[in-house]
Design a protein around this ligand. Structure first.
Ligand SMILES: C[S@@+](CC[C@H](N)C(=O)[O-])C[C@H]1O[C@@H](n2cnc3c(N)ncnc32)[C@H](O)[C@@H]1O
Length: 234
């Protein structure tokens, strides 16, 4: 005989939705916790923190993964003073290659130069623009997010570079092709490998070498001995 109660219990069991998951240690169903407002806020804060940390650190870490690693190391005060001394008697346009926080371009602009900075790190570009505005030279100092290798050097009368030794051979070739005869190049920390400087300002790590293109008629008479990196370790 059909037991109606039994049949209705079985039908009821069949129609009941299955538990979402079962605990692996017991047979208790594990129910999904609903997305409460608090959990949503916590997820939101975690996501925003991750995006913020990523956006702030990647521009500074990215140079380490390039073929030539040129990290952000700002010029020291004495290096900056040596650059300004090296610019004595010069005027016109000035380009800082890899302009960092803009300190060289801004100081030069305050001294009457039309300053330009090219920099890969967009956070540093934004900071430099802000700093130029705060120093009252936003019209005289321009900063671009741009790769130094894609920058046309022929437009500038003065060029400053604070680079690394591995950068200098390629940069010397670029200067050779692009700069004008009257341009002066101010090189901080790591000298050019083949050209002779025509003037040296300062000593040690803050030395600034001044170069002109070897095809400049004055080069032969003004050239000094080529610097050696060992000279800097004093
Ligand atoms: C040693 S720091 C010099 C900063 C600044 N010129 C100063 O003296 O204070 C070099 C700068 O070059 C930037 N840089 C690295 N590779 C670059 C590239 N390919 N094009 C433009 N800038 C670059 C770095 O982000 C860094 O800010």
């Amino acid at each position: 005989m059909v037991n109606e109660d039994e049949v209705s219990r079985k039908v009821d069991l069949l129609l009941r939705p299955p538990p979402v998951e079962e605990c692996i240690y017991c047979t208790e169903p594990v129910r999904e916790k609903p997305l409460t407002k608090t959990r949503l806020i916590v997820f939101g804060i975690c996501g925003a923190t991750f995006v913020g940390v990523y956006a702030l650190t990647v521009p500074f870490l990215a140079p380490a993964f390039r073929k030539i690693c040129l990290p952000f190391v700002p010029a020291t005060n004495s290096q900056l003073q040596n650059v300004l001394k090296a610019l004595n008697g010069r005027k016109g346009t000035l380009l800082d290659i890899g302009s960092g926080d803009g300190r060289i371009v801004i100081s030069a602009s305050k001294n009457g130069f039309k300053g330009f900075g090219v920099e890969l790190n967009y956070l540093l570009v934004l900071y430099s623009r802000f700093s130029a505005w705060r120093n009252g030279v936003s019209k005289q100092a321009q900063f671009l997010k741009q790769d130094l290798w894609k920058t046309d050097m022929s437009k500038y009368e003065n060029i400053v570079i604070f680079g690394v030794d591995t950068l200098m051979p390629g940069l010397e070739q670029k200067f050779d092709k692009e700069i004008t005869d009257t341009c002066r190049i101010l090189v901080c920390r790591f000298p050019l490998p083949n050209w002779h400087p025509v003037k040296v300002i300062g000593t040690g790590l803050d030395t600034v070498w001044i170069y002109m293109h070897p095809r400049n008629p004055e080069y032969e008479s003004q050239k000094l001995r080529k610097p050696k990196l060992e000279d800097l370790n004093e």
